[in-house]
Design a protein around this ligand. Structure first.
Ligand code: F6P
Length: 367
């Protein structure tokens, strides 16, 4: 029987609650004891009432709830060695020998670091007299399983991250609403969507709402004078009878020199060069809010169940896995590799090797 801690970390994402529910219920069904760790890594650092055993009924109704009912945080203390050492002590005090982390890229990097440092923290705690030798021997390793909860869909190793589908639905609904008022006034709209350094939400939103122009970080405009080519495209579409113009810009969009391309700048170009009455809408956190779409409930549930199986299958040599979904199948891959591969996209962009950035993202972009 294992005692399994579960936490959600980083930006919340729709589908985290269904995932927590699946972890809790599958753990109980497989004769383990699940523990909520509240407020992400902050709960691990704080310990005490932030770590509490979870019962079957505690997760009733979680399938339909947005956000994360066990709280999340971007925790500074956990980034420090001292914070991670305190976390190890709190896990041991609660008898937790496996941890499930649902979060984005940064959260999983933190999880992987905790796993790698674990033996050294345990030895230090024993040296400091905070745990006995017997306890240190019992907790020689910590099994950590990651799942990617993030609206950005920016992690290698999975076709879809938990939350991306719901956020995209929300963006489409919002842009549809914008288009009805835009059409009435024959206006242009520049809509900024989230995604941090990833253009998946923007690209998919542009395709699904019929945008005239799109800016994403992985594929900056090919020419320096992109303003002229954008204006030409928008004008051609108006000349063909369209009453609106829609430009979607990812929040991380850049030009070929890595300078940010901002919605307000695009608006100024459309006003001055084309004379269009233009408005900017920054969708912001509305994209992350609200109930999860069907797919995120399903994905969170299937992955949550698999996380428990992965813990029960593991032995002391098993590297910490990340649960994902590739070609419609739930998968288990080494977390370290997934994080490294994801990091390569940022490196390719930094090196202005945009072709490579697109190739690395392509598995996520082709769905
Ligand atoms: O990673 C998810 C995300 O929503 C990004 O798309 C966005 O850049 C960021 O989080 C916003 O973070 P915060 O909620 O801390 O403002």
């Amino acid at each position: 029987q294992k005692n399994i801690g579960i936490l959600t970390s980083g930006g919340d994402a729709q589908g985290m609650n269904p995932c927590v529910r699946a972890v809790v219920r599958m753990a109980i069904a497989r004769n383990c004891r699940p523990f909520f760790i509240y407020e992400g890594y902050q709960g691990l650092v704080d310990g005490g009432s932030k770590i509490k055993e979870a019962k079957w009924s505690d997760v009733s109704g979680f399938l339909a709830l947005g956000g994360t009912m066990i709280g999340t945080a971007r925790c500074k203390a956990f980034r420090e060695l001292e914070g991670r050492r305190t976390s190890v002590l709190n896990l041991i005090k609660n008898g937790i020998d496996a941890l499930v982390v649902i979060g984005g890229d940064g959260s999983l990097t933190g999880a992987d670091r905790l796993r790698a440092e674990w033996p050294e923290h345990v030895l230090a705690l024993e040296r400091e007299g905070l745990i006995s030798k017997e306890t240190a021997d019992k907790y020689r390793a910590l099994m950590i399983v990651g799942m990617v909860g993030s609206i950005d869909n920016d992690l290698a190793s999975t076709d879809m991250t938990i939350g991306a589908c719901s956020a995209l639905e929300r963006i489409c609904e919002s842009v549809d609403a914008i288009l009805s008022t835009a059409m009435s006034h024959q206006r242009a709209f520049v809509v900024e969507v989230m995604g941090r350094h990833c253009g998946w939400l923007a690209l998919n939103a542009a395709i699904s709402t019929g945008a005239d122009y799109l800016f994403i970080p992985e594929a900056p405009p090919s020419k320096d004078d992109w303003e002229a080519s954008m204006c030409k495209t928008l004008k051609a579409s108006r000349d063909a009878g369209k009453r609106t113009s829609l430009v979607i810009v990812a929040e991380g969009a850049i030009d070929r020199h890595l300078n940010p391309i901002k919605a307000e700048y695009i608006k100024d170009i459309l006003c001055t060069r084309l004379g269009y009455d233009t408005r900017v809408t920054i969708l912001g956190h509305v994209q992350r809010g609200g109930a999860p779409a069907h797919f995120d409930r399903f994905l969170g549930t299937m992955q949550g169940a698999e996380a428990i199986e992965a813990i029960l299958r593991a032995n002391s040599d098993t590297p910490s896995p990340v649960i994902g979904m590739l070609e419609n199948k739930i998968t288990t891959q080494p977390m370290k590799e997934a994080i490294e591969l994801t990091g390569q996209v940022a490196l390719a962009i930094e090196a202005k090797d945009f072709e490579r950035a697109i190739t690395l993202r392509s598995s996520a972009f082709s769905k």
